[in-house]
Structure formats: C-alpha cells, structure tokens
Design a protein around this ligand. Structure first.
Ligand code: PNS
Length: 164
C-alpha cells in the first residue's frame, strides 16, 4: 500500500493546501496530513484547532487522515511507516527552502523522498501568513480559505467585518 505524509504548519489550512491534499490523495493509497507542533513559533491556532479544521476540510476524502507531530519530520515519517513526504511548491522563492529541507530530510533518513506538487496557478500567491495578515486588517479572505475557516480566523483575530 502506498503511503505519504504531508507535514506543515497549516495555520490555518488554505485552499492552496486543500488543492495539494486532493491531488496527493489521488496519487497514494493513504495520505496523512500532519500538523507540526512547533514550540518555537507562536501560532494563531492551537495544534488541536488546526487538526480540527483539517479534519473538517478533508471529511470527504476517505484515504486522508489528520495527525500532529513534534520533532523531526524524518523521524515522524519513519514512525508512520512511509518514505514519502508531500510538499507544495508555489514559486521559485519556495524552491531554495524546500530543496534544503528535502535534502536535510534525506541526510537524516536516506530512504526518504520528497514529492513536490506545483500549486495550481490560482493559489500561487497564497499562504497562511497572507490569510492572517489580510484578515487582521479586516480584508476579505473568502477566496483564500473555506467560509467556516474564514469566520474562525476573524473571530480569533477579534475582527468584526460588520456582515461583509
Ligand atoms: O507549513 P510549513 O511551515 O512550511 O511547514 C514546514 C515543516 C513543518 C514541513 C518543516 O518546518 C519541518 O519539517 N519541521 C520539522 C523539523 C524538521 O524536521 N527539520 C528538518 C528539516 S529542515
């Protein structure tokens, strides 16, 4: 059975992530989307909240599981019994960082491969930090995340858009 993991911060999960999840889910028998519990970052949403949001947006994908992890992605992949990491590539600016991560992961665990899926053009500009920033100024994020997540982001940031 082919299995892959898609690790990330997902703070929050965007429509760009959802696009990658749908496409990766078609390529593997089983896909685990996993939220990194990173003690060095101060996220907008807790790990539990991010896991819940991912569960909601993936509820119709029968071969997708949602999880969280701490520590190295390579160790997590090994514990999960997979040699494949999925990552989305948006633009050339992502490339250096993603290449460095993929190569570091292979150094830690030589059997580990990273499969890059190029983000669909309509989401090429999109990131969780853009979602948080636009929302923090009261901007419209409904083209970036699902309606339910948009409301959660505004509520978490204390932004009242007066029904807009
Ligand atoms: O969504 P993100 O923030 O771009 O995801 C980054 C993530 C979680 C994939 C990356 O930070 C990661 O793998 N962190 C775990 C620590 C680790 O394994 N570091 C070694 C690879 S550089």
């Amino acid at each position: 059975m082919s299995k892959a993991i898609y690790p990330g911060s997902f703070d929050p999960v965007t429509l760009g992530h959802v696009d990658i999840i749908h496409r990766a889910a078609k390529m593997f028998d089983s896909l685990t989307v996993s939220v990194l519990n990173n003690s060095e970052k101060t996220p907008l949403f807790s790990v539990d909240e991010r896991v819940k949001m991912l569960r909601e947006v993936c509820k119709d994908l029968s071969n997708v599981k949602i999880d969280s992890f701490s520590g190295l992605t390579a160790d997590y992949a090994q514990r999960s019994g997979t040699d494949v990491i999925i990552r989305g590539l948006r633009a050339i600016t992502d490339f250096e960082y993603e290449l460095q991560m993929a190569q570091t992961n292979r150094k830690i665990l030589p059997t580990l491969d990273t499969v890059f899926l190029t983000t669909s053009l309509e989401y090429a500009y999109l990131s969780s930090s853009i979602v948080r920033e636009v929302a923090s100024y009261g901007g419209d994020i409904h083209e970036f995340v699902t309606p339910d997540i948009a409301e959660k982001v505004y509520s978490k940031l204390g932004v009242n858009r007066n029904g807009k």
